[in-house]
Design a protein around this ligand. Sequence first.
Ligand SMILES: O=C(O)[C@H](O)CO
Length: 398
Amino acid sequence: MSGLNNLGANGGQPSAGFRVVVSPDSFKGSLSSVEAAEAIRSGVCRAAPDAHVTIVPMADGGEGTVDAVLAAAGGERVTVTVTGPLGEPVEAAYGILSDGRTAVIEMAAASGLPLLSAEARDPMAATTYGTGQLLRDALERGAKRIMIGLGGSATNDGGMGMAQALGVRFLDRTGQEMTGYGCGRLLADIESIDSAGIDPRLASAEVTILSDVTNPLCGSDGASAVYGPQKGATPELVQRLDAGLAHYAARIAAHNGRLVRDVPGAGAAGGLGAGLLAFCNAEMKPGIRVIMELAGFERAVEGARLVITGEGRTDGQTAFGKVPAGIADAARRTGVPVVCLSGGLGEGSDVLYEHGIAALFSIANRPMALDEAMRDAGTLLAEAAENIVRLYRAGMRS
Ligand SMILES: O=C(O)[C@H](O)CO
């Protein structure tokens, strides 16, 4: 089965016995989804040496999307030097699938929050220009289908930088082209848009947005209000960024008639969703669904006793389309219980019970600092998984 890593505890064949599907997101900044899955598997097998564990590395469009899609569909990774979120050069990788015509890009590779230290975060200045350079590189290599994962961004520029890198010009009130990298601060100064010079290869490419969330561009559920603070925005900056995005959406509507402001997912990755809809004729899809389909998740779950998912931090935002919510929605249809192991549980995480998560656990086993929890995430995940399986099996015997 493509993309599935069927590992019996003894390296043996799938058994009809105790089947567990392990399908976590990456634990941002500490473990890739494959590493997290391996850690969970080792805990499961300590508690149940006869277990047959199926690993399905998962992602929702955010960090880890390229890994998850390459694990599911096969292909190769290419690395390019592009402009980072604050204009510095960064090495960013993306995937070209085995058909040679499909590229999978993760915006976070070029414009993601993990590229900046906490002190350097600056959503007014951060740009998606590097993401546009990745799209351009994929077109240069002949890609006809581009999947672009949104999420984990350092940016709040509505995709203005991305559009510039593809040849779109933004003009100010004096009719001059705005030459700085597109960023949150510049949005309010856009007077008109000229997309005559946009890369012509886009016209024959199919661009699919894999969005990690369903937030609209603006307003109280919008990009700036919900995700601005984690990128360093104060309440005052959230208001300026939100007004900037609203102005940008109005300028786009005046330019090409596209109404991107209220589209679910337009607010993903600081509004990059809106920019891709406006300039790349992109189609928006929930990232988790596309990746689950590519990975054959529903087939993997058939006949399983338990699904273990997880992510670095779980809170009310998780329900907007992140991995645990998607996994639970899919597994619910098959009646298999889903347990979520999280690096930390925050406000609103209990909403996941409504999505069908049977139980949520924080993996921290004692009071610990964040850097300690991140450093020891693999060990903590394995311990938590072991305990869950011990409990599950004890329950099965009673
Ligand atoms: O990048 C962001 O803003 C969040 O992950 C939502 O997409």
